[in-house]
Design a protein around this ligand. Structure first.
Ligand code: ZN
Length: 315
C-alpha cells in the first residue's frame, strides 16, 4: 500500500507493508506558493519514485494532509498552510497515478496508525491526544474512529479550561491550547520574563532575546534546573491535567495515548495527568490507562496507507 504525507514544506511517500513497516521512502521539499498544480506535481513525482520500487501497483493510495478534508470526496476543504481551498486532491492524484485515492487529515491518520499498529493495538476505546504547536485529539469508540459531522471531531484543544482566560488562535478564549499548545507555552514564558527579568535570565540567554523564547527554550532550561522554566512546565502540566479530566469524562477511553512534539520536553507529565484522572474523573471513567504514543514522525503516512487498506476506515 502507498501512503503519502503532504505537509506545508515537504511531501513524503512510502510503501507500507501490512505490519506498518515502511519498505521504501521518498521525500521532496515543497514551496506552498507553487499553488496546487506545482505541489501536486511534486507529490506525484515522490509517489512515482516509490511505485517504481513496488512489486505490483497498490490497489489504493492513502494521502494524509495537514488540512480540513472531506474523506468521502477526497477534497481538501481548507489547508491554511498551503493556501488551498476546495482542491479535489483525490481526483487529481487518481488522474495521474490511477487506483483509488483516499484523503484524510494528517492528525486523524496518525491516530489511526497509533490505534491499529502502535500503542493502541487491540484496544477498542482509545483517545489519542496530540500535544504540539496545536493541541488536538481523535477518539476511537467501540472499535470505530469517530469523524463528526464535518470530520472535525476531537478538537479538544479548544475546550475552555479558564473562563475569560487567554486569547486563543481560534475564536474562543481560555482554551486548553491557549495554555499548553507550543505557541502558548512560548507566549506564557515571554510574559513571565517581561514581568521578572531577573528570573528570566537563563531563558533570554538561551534564546538570544525575549521574543525568540519558544516552548523548546523552556524545556531545555528546565532540564538544567532553571526555576522559572520549572514553574512554567509545572503550570503546563496542571493545565493539561485539567483538560485531560474533561476529555476522559467525555470520551471514557480505556486507554489515553499522548503524543506530539511537546511530550519529550515534559518528563513528568504522565504521572501528573494519571493521578488527576484517578483523583478527579468520574469513578466510572477513572481507570483509564495513560501511555505515550509509540509511532514516530511517519505515523500519518502509515495511518493514511492503513486507512486506504482498511475496511474499518471512517466513511
Ligand atoms: Zn481555541
Amino acid at each position: 500500500m502507498l501512503g503519502i504525507d503532504l505537509g506545508a514544506t515537504k511531501v513524503v511517500s512510502g510503501l507500507v507493508a501490512p505490519d506498518g513497516t515502511i519498505v521504501h521512502h521518498s521525500g521532496r521539499h515543497l514551496h506552498a506558493n507553487d499553488g496546487p498544480g506545482g505541489v501536486i506535481r511534486s507529490l506525484v513525482r515522490s509517489a512515482r519514485a516509490c511505485l517504481d520500487e513496488a512489486a505490483a501497483p497498490p490497489k489504493a493510495i492513502g494521502v494524509a494532509v495537514a488540512a480540513q478534508v472531506d474523506p468521502r470526496t477526497g477534497t481538501v476543504v481548507h489547508a491554511p498552510n498551503l493556501g488551498w481551498r476546495d482542491v479535489p486532491l483525490a481526483r487529481r492524484i487518481a488522474a495521474e497515478l490511477g487506483g483509488t485515492v483516499y484523503v484524510v487529515n494528517d492528525a486523524r491518520a496518525a491516530a489511526f496508525a497509533e490505534w491499529r499498529l502502535g500503542a493502541g493495538k487491540g484496544v477498542d476505546d482509545v483517545f489519542c491526544l496530540t500535544l504540539g504547536t496545536g493541541v488536538g485529539g481523535s477518539a476511537v469508540v467501540g472499535g470505530r474512529l469517530l469523524e463528526g459531522g464535518t470530520h472535525a471531531l476531537g478538537e479538544v484543544g479548544h475546550m475552555t479550561i479558564v473562563v475569560g482566560g487567554r486569547r486563543c488562535h481560534c475564536p474562543n478564549w481560555g482554551c486548553l491550547e491557549a495554555y499548553v499548545g507550543g505557541w502558548a507555552i512560548a507566549e506564557r514564558a515571554q510574559e513571565a520574563v517581561r514581568l521578572d527579568a531577573a528570573a528570566g535570565t537563563a531563558l533570554v540567554q538561551r534564546a538570544g532575546r525575549v521574543e525568540a523564547i519558544t516552548a523548546q527554550t523552556v524545556f531545555l532550561a528546565h532540564r538544567t534546573g532553571d526555576a522559572l522554566a520549572g514553574r512554567l512546565v509545572r503550570d503546563t502540566e496542571r493545565y493539561l491535567a485539567d483538560g485531560v479530566v474533561g476529555i476522559v469524562n467525555a470520551f471514557n477511553p480505556s486507554l489515553l495515548i499522548v503524543g506530539g512534539g511537546l511530550v519529550a520536553g515534559m518528563p513528568t507529565f504522565l504521572p501528573v495527568i494519571e493521578s488527576a484522572i484517578r483523583a478527579r474523573c468520574q469513578p466510572s471513567a477513572a481507570g483509564a490507562r495513560v501511555v505515550r504514543a509509540r509511532l514516530g514522525e511517519d505515523a500519518a503516512l502509515v495511518g493514511a496507507a492503513e486507512m486506504a487498506r482498511a475496511p474499518a476506515r471512517p466513511r
